[in-house]
Design a protein around this ligand. Structure first.
Ligand code: HSE
Length: 405
């Protein structure tokens, strides 16, 4: 019997128990022994749940039990999840987590702690819900240099954007639906303001480049500023508006950011709808790979948590290499203005103004979005180059969105 403890019995925690029960036979076969949830740590009681008698309220019961070799942390939030994780690793217990906030903020320290205590700290469920992305980046793509990672990394906002586009639904109504379905964070501001996606892109950037950026410092824009003008522009250009996390190296430095983008129909990401996530990884040998699947929700996320549990329990005798990250310094970080891509600018004015903007931005053409509003897609330019080009033009800029090619 392999005894484990679950920290947190909310959406993902209860989903993890469900996956372990539902797929018990195959999980036992893969681990070589039965996996038993000996403890569930939560503030609440669950008298009606079959595992309700496993609930404890004191982390020390788990930390002091030598039978517990693995802890699955699904509490969400930084505290006390970080403290409990550090204590479990220090007590020589493996930890798996779905908690992107903790990984993105304390990943360097926790991985070092895991190495020091010869245990593993795995976090497949922290990015992309159930989509395999963390392990493939470390294993299957290990022979490649990662050129860039771009993706729809938040299921809640993709669900909202899809419903708003297809059904003309109201933002607040769809957000409530996303919360009811267990997609949104406890505080959905993290979803709609792009903060959740920022945490996820810094984790992917760390996997790609070995350096963990501070998620609070990367350029982050959510979907609350998306208006009818953006959706009308997207429609006219044959694009979808998607919230994208992007990272790449620029002159040896790392750029990472989150923003709504226009995604042309030619890019498979533009067709990733509802709660699904899609992550494009551009590499120097394989080329472009697309990872796609359910990006949030109870069982998809629990599926990834249990995959980490099986990975650890099925390789008990082996010491496995963990990513060796370091924290970013100011010298590691590329300025936002250095990031080059095509951008769509919408200006107010007349066709003459639109033609002037097109020339300044090196665009191929301009289109009319609404009366007196024109959209121009620039050539690939650094943001500061485009800003300089428009600076003294006298043009009235209404909005600008990057384009994901
Ligand atoms: N709130 C997150 C999302 C959950 O919507 O993507 C999965 O990380």
């Amino acid at each position: 019997m392999l005894n484990i403890a679950l920290l947190g019995f909310g959406v993902v925690g209860s989903g993890t128990a469900e996956v372990l029960t539902e797929n018990e036979r195959l999980i036992t076969a893969r681990c070589g022994e039965q996996v038993n949830v000996k403890y569930i740590l939560d503030l609440r009681e669950f008298p009606d749940h079959p595992l309700g008698n496993r609930v404890v309220h004191d982390i020390d019961i788990i930390l002091n039990d030598p039978e517990i070799t693995l802890v699955a942390e699904m509490m969400g939030g930084s505290h006390p999840a970080y403290e409990f994780t550090a204590a479990a690793l220090s007590a020589g217990k493996h930890v798996v987590t779905s908690n992107k906030e903790v990984v993105a903020t304390f990943g360097v320290e926790l991985l070092a702690l895991a190495r020091q205590h010869h245990v593993r700290y795995l976090f497949e469920a922290s990015v992309g819900g159930g989509i395999p992305i963390i392990r493939p980046m470390q294993t299957d793509l290990a022979s490649n240099e990662i050129i860039a990672v771009s993706g729809i990394l938040n299921g809640t906002t993709n669900f909202i954007l899809t419903k708003m586009k297809n059904e003309g639904a109201e933002f607040a109504t769809v957000l409530k639906e996303a919360q009811a379905k267990g997609y949104a964070e406890a505080n959905p501001t993290a979803d709609v303001e792009g903060i959740d996606a920022a945490r996820k892109i810094v984790i992917l950037a760390a996997l790609a480049y070995g350096v963990l950026l501070d998620p609070k410092t990367i350029p982050t824009l959510g979907i609350t500023g998306i208006t009818g003008l953006h959706t009308a522009t997207a429609q006219k250009l044959g694009c979808a508006v998607k919230l994208i996390g992007h990272t790449e190296r620029i002159n040896g430095k790392i750029y990472a950011g989150v923003s709504p983008y226009l995604v042309p129909a030619s890019n498979p990401i533009s067709h990733v709808d509802d709660v699904y996530n899609g992550i494009l990884v551009d590499t120097n040998m394989l080329g472009r790979a697309l990872f796609y699947g359910a990006g949030a929700g109870k069982l998809p996320t629990a599926s990834a948590v249990v995959a980490d549990i099986i990975d650890i329990l099925s390789h008990r005798a082996e010491e496995r290499r963990l990513p060796d990250w370091r924290s970013a310094t100011a010298e590691d970080v590329a300025e936002r203005g250095e990031y080059a891509c095509r951008r769509c600018y919408v200006i107010a004015g007349c066709p003459k103004c639109a033609e002037k903007a097109r020339t300044l931005l090196g665009g191929e053409s301009y289109i009319s979005v609404e009366d007196g509003k024109y959209a121009i897609v620039s050539r690939v330019m650094r943001e500061n180059e485009a800003e300089a080009a428009l600076a003294d033009s006298g043009l009235e800029l209404l909005t600008c969105l990057p384009v994901l090619d």
